[in-house]
Every structure is written in structure tokens, then in C-alpha cells.
Design a protein around this ligand. Structure first.
Ligand SMILES: Nc1ncnc2c1ncn2[C@@H]1O[C@H](COP(=O)(O)OP(=O)(O)O)[C@@H](O)[C@H]1O
Ligand SMILES: [Mg+2]
Length: 285
């Protein structure tokens, strides 16, 4: 529970208990339990295939937990276990690389239309929906917040990856969500776009929106994030304060490789893996 001005008690943003998720023929989350309070920025880190995107999809109700006589799962978001998925998704601004691929594959959508579609949790504005003046104004404000006003009239399919990603973050923000769920949001961005993107995320994290950032890159854990959750083989491997989790020991165990984690300047961290030939690369990918 989070205490707000002595009187209001907010339920946790996310409260998952004993969730097992099956995809295809295999169990990809195993009896996972996790609680994230409203206002608590977190990073979720883990190897490829460990179940991070599955966890995000469980939260956004694109996937459901296995229920049965031996299973008693709970997935409560903002204290509720039943949701109109469109209402839920507009309260959780969502951005992922999957979504980026999906949106840019549509040749017709322009920037502003994509941003407005965040109100309807849809791809583009559904024909039966009316777009109000307030929605258009909110979309213009969101586009300005990510410095993308010049992209409002441009087709998404014709934008650079960095430009399209900025439009998609404006879309995630347009409905004034309580939280932002970012699933590897910098995938495919060059260094300058990545830096700019993370700068926007830092600004947003200070506007009373909870940031949930899935990343492989330790250096993307912005200083505003204090809690790090490690996911391995479909379960929570470790969870705690950034200081106690971002260590050589925990990271080497997480990735089954010797990894050196360093604290760098300004509240950031970095990680390096030692290659057999003595080469060093500065990323975990
Ligand atoms: N659509 C799918 N059908 C079957 N298995 C899937 C599907 N999507 C993901 N998986 C499997 O689920 C596991 C977890 O995937 P995912 O949650 O995407 O991992 P991560 O995001 O950590 O890389 C992987 O083993 C992956 O192969
Ligand atoms: Mg993923």
C-alpha cells in the first residue's frame, strides 16, 4: 500500500500471485508472484527468453494465467482483478518493439493519428469512434512533450526508427496513464536516439507516472529507478534495491557468464562481459 497525504491508501499498481503462463506447449512463467507499488519505478532485467515480455503481457491482459484446481492465480492491477482491457490499457501506457513493428507495417497511419489512437488502445482510430477536440489537443501536447511536433503530419511508415519511437511514446502518454510499461523500448535506436529517448523517460518519471522498464542494458536504468527485478527461467530470480541487485555476483548468476557491473557517474551503472579471446564488449546482448 502507498500512503498519500495521510488519508488515501492506494492499492498496489501490480499484484501478481502464483501466476503460471503457458505459451505454445511450454510453461514460460512458473508460479510467479510480484508486487509493484504505485509510484515505484522498476527495471526488469533478464536473459532472452526468460519471460519478461510474457510478464508484461500478463499485466496488460494479452495473456492470462493458468487456472485450475491446483492453481489459484491472482493478477490484480490497481487493486482490481476484472477489467475492460481497453480501459486498462489506456491506464497503462504501453510501448514495445513488437508494437513498433506492428504500427510501422501500416502504410497509412500518420503521427497524430497514431498518438490519438492511444485513447482507444487501438492501432489507428477505429471508424466508429469520435475524436473530440480535447483528444486532439492532448495528442498535440503529448507530441510536443517528446519534441515531435514536426512529425504529427508525417506517415509513421516513412519515419526513422527514432522518430517513430518518439511518436509511440507520445501515444503511450496521451491518455495520461498512471504507469508506463516499456518493453525494451530502445531496441533498434542509435546512440543519440537512445539518449534522447531515455531523457524523455526521465522527465516522465518525475510526472507521477510509474515507470516499468524492461531492458537488457544496465546503463539504461535511469537514476530515478531504484528497484531492480531479475527474471530467469520464468520466475523472479532476485528483487531488491538497485544497489544490492546490480552486482557482479548476481549478474553473473543471472546470465551464467562472468559479468562485471560498475557504478558510473550520475547514478548510472554499466556492465561488461569478459570474452574468451580477451575482447570486451560493453553490452549484454
Ligand atoms: N507466441 C509464442 N508461442 C510460443 N512460445 C512463445 C511465444 N512467445 C514467446 N514464447 C516463448 O516464451 C518464452 C519467454 O518469451 P518472452 O516472454 O518473449 O521472453 P523475453 O521477453 O524475456 O525475451 C521463450 O521461451 C519463448 O520462446
Ligand atoms: Mg521480450
Amino acid at each position: 500500500m502507498t500512503l498519500m497525504n495521510d488519508t488515501t491508501i492506494l492499492p498496489p499498481l501490480i499484484d501478481i500471485r502464483n501466476a503460471t503462463v503457458v505459451r505454445g506447449d511450454s510453461r514460460v512463467l512458473h508460479n510467479l508472484s510480484l508486487r509493484i507499488d504505485d509510484g515505484q519505478h522498476v527495471a526488469i532485467v533478464g536473459p532472452n527468453g526468460s519471460g519478461k515480455s510474457t510478464l508484461i503481457k500478463l499485466i496488460t491482459r494479452q495473456l492470462y494465467p493458468l487456472a485450475g484446481k491446483d492453481q489459484n492465480p491472482v493478477v490484480e492491477i490497481f487493486g482490481r482483478d476484472r477489467w475492460d482491457v481497453f480501459e486498462l490499457r489506456s491506464m497503462l501506457g504501453i510501448l514495445s518493439n513488437d508494437m513498433h513493428q506492428d504500427f510501422t507495417a501500416d502504410p497509412d497511419l500518420d503521427g497524430l493519428e497514431v498518438v490519438i489512437s492511444g485513447f482507444f488502445a487501438s492501432k489507428g482510430v477505429p471508424q466508429y469512434q469520435r475524436v473530440s477536440q480535447e483528444m486532439t489537443e492532448a495528442a498535440q501536447r503529448a507530441v510536443e512533450l517528446v519534441q515531435a511536433r514536426h512529425l504529427a503530419g508525417k506517415r509513421l511508415a516513412e519515419m526513422s526508427t527514432g522518430e517513430a519511437r518518439r511518436i509511440l511514446i507520445a501515444r503511450a502518454l496521451v491518455s495520461n496513464p498512471r504507469a508506463l510499461m516499456l518493453d525494451e523500448p530502445t531496441a533498434g535506436l542509435d546512440l543519440a536516439s537512445r539518449r534522447r529517448f531515455l531523457h524523455s523517460v526521465r522527465q516522465i518519471s518525475r510526472r507521477q507516472k510509474t515507470i516499468i522498464l524492461v531492458t537488457h542494458h544496465v546503463e539504461e536504468i535511469i537514476p530515478e529507478i531504484n528497484r531492480v527485478i531479475l527474471i530467469k527461467d520464468g520466475a523472479v530470480f532476485d528483487d531488491g534495491d538497485k544497489e544490492s541487485i546490480l552486482t557482479n555476483k548476481r549478474f553473473s548468476a543471472l546470465f551464467d557468464e562472468p559479468i562485471e557491473v560498475r557504478k558510473s557517474s550520475g547514478g548510472y551503472y554499466s556492465a561488461e562481459i569478459e570474452l574468451l579471446a580477451g575482447d570486451r564488449i560493453s553490452d549484454l546482448d
